[in-house]
Design a protein around this ligand. Structure first.
Ligand code: GAR
Length: 208
């Protein structure tokens, strides 16, 4: 059984998609052993607790500097002894020590077709605002392994979503979640848990 820890910052709809997929057997060979948030008040913590998953928060506001926060945050992650760390709407930069320690064992969901609309400053609703400003006709979501560069790790899978007439950032965000994110992320966890996908020499390798 793969020990999975999910890191969240907000509403936690991706976390919910993972919880539901485990309950429905669409993710097998995986145990959700913990949820960790950088924010005390988020709905994600309620979702985790309702599913019986230990949930804790570590807020940067409670620390003198970023280094002190990173150290405690990494300790909390380590306590769960994860085999896989899933960034499900985790909107703070993760400590580089963590990326190095868990190389090939961290994945992230991003709400665009990487390498478009990603990197510093592109997160959450902001991504969809920029997509609409630019006027592209197709967007989507990407699930990828996390490496040191932001949103630069090997891509596991992507799904395209069409922009529709009259879309707002909110309506587009919802459609990208429904049609792409909530499908891609549970699928990637199931693929990793069942040995079909892994990171090797900086590339995503898929067994057929
Ligand atoms: C999701 O759209 C996720 O892709 C995005 O934040 C949202 C969180 O929603 N992540 C990023 O932008 C990462 N760069 P959720 O809390 O309801 O899952």
């Amino acid at each position: 059984m793969l020990r999975v820890v999910v890191l969240v910052s907000g509403g936690g709809t991706n976390l919910q998609a993972i919880i539901d997929a485990v309950a429905a057997g669409r993710i097998s060979n995986a145990n959700l052993v913990g949820v960790l948030s950088n924010n005390k008040t988020v709905k994600s913590l309620e979702r985790a607790r309702a599913a019986g998953i230990p949930a804790v928060s570590v807020s940067p506001k409670d620390f003198a500097d970023r280094e002190a926060f990173n150290e405690t945050f990494l300790e909390k992650v380590n306590e769960f002894q994860p085999d896989l760390i899933v960034l499900a709407g985790f909107l703070v930069a993760i400590p580089q020590q963590m990326v190095r320690r868990y190389e090939g064992r961290i994945i992230n969901i991003h709400p665009s077709l990487i390498p478009s609309f990603c990197g510093v400053g592109y997160y959450g609703l902001k991504v969809h605002e920029r997509v609409l400003e630019r006027g592209v006709k197709v967007t989507g979501a990407t699930v990828h392994f996390v490496t040191e560069g932001m949103d630069e790790g090997p891509i596991i899978d992507q799904k395209a979503v069409y922009i529709e007439e009259g879309d707002t950032p909110e309506s587009l965000q919802r459609r990208v979640m429904e049609q792409a994110e909530w499908i891609l992320l549970p699928q990637a966890i199931d693929d990793i848990a069942n040995g079909r996908v892994r990171m090797e020499n900086g590339k995503c390798v898929r067994e057929h």
